[in-house]
Design a protein around this ligand. Structure first.
Ligand SMILES: CC(C)(COP(=O)(O)OP(=O)(O)OC[C@H]1O[C@@H](n2cnc3c(N)ncnc32)[C@H](O)[C@@H]1OP(=O)(O)O)[C@@H](O)C(=O)NCCC(=O)NCCS
Length: 185
């Protein structure tokens, strides 16, 4: 297997999570032409511009908090194929955190995101010392619900009009996991 730099979190078959960097700009510009990603995330700009990529990747490189809490999902060659990380106002020491994720179209449907979620969950519990990790996918995003269930998250309820996206209120389903509650990672 390739040697991956510090802060790499290993998945199976050479896939891994690693920090985002300015070198990921071409991959971002390629993947974020897919409207399905923007449709299912709360705040990803669409159409996605080079300025959007520059802002995000600079933010990742400069913020220690985001370096610890936001990762790119990479194929065995290191090419960025997705992302996963804490969203919203989280600071080190907070007991709970919400996370979000996306995967490039050509890599979907082969169980990569449940695996990435499991690896990220272990990191959040063990390294970030988060006690409760949760996600609030749109109620319409059945593939995302399933990915969370496959990673051991429990469906906790319906949040009516939880998200406001482009002037529309959207229902969410909340999924959570508790650290050290006898659940297997
Ligand atoms: C949602 C997403 C993360 C799933 O990742 P993935 O690696 O493809 O997940 P999986 O390979 O486990 O496949 C998804 C599961 O959902 C199921 N699924 C897919 N589409 C579905 C649908 N329309 N209805 C019901 N189940 C569906 C699949 O059958 C599979 O379950 P199975 O293994 O039990 O058959 C990925 O599709 C994605 O990034 N989509 C675009 C962005 C996004 O939605 N991000 C999440 C925001 S909360």
């Amino acid at each position: 297997m390739n040697e991956h730099p510090k802060n790499s979190l290993e998945m199976a078959d050479g896939f891994h999570l690693n920090l985002n960097s300015l070198a990921d700009k071409a991959a971002c510009m390629e993947h974020f032409t897919d409207p399905e990603i923007a449709r299912n995330l709360l705040a990803l700009p669409f159409p996605y511009t080079e300025a959007d990529a520059d802002w995000w990747l600079n933010h990742c490189e400069q913020s220690l908090n985001s370096q610890l809490a936001t990762f790119g999902i990479r194929d065995p060659s290191g090419f960025l194929i997705g992302g996963i990380g804490i969203v919203g106002a989280w600071s080190a020491g907070d007991h709970r955190a919400e996370f979000g994720y996306w995967l490039a179209k050509s890599y979907r449907g082969r169980g990569l995101m449940p695996q990435a979620i499991s690896v990220f969950t272990a990191h959040a519990f063990e390294q970030l010392r988060v006690h409760r990790l949760y996600a609030t996918p749109f109620s319409s995003n059945l593939a995302s619900h399933r990915a969370l269930e496959k990673a051991g998250f429990q469906r906790e309820g319906l949040l009516r009009h939880h998200h406001l996206k482009q002037g529309s209120y959207l229902d969410a389903i909340i999924y959570g996991r508790i650290s050290g509650a006898g659940e297997n990672l």
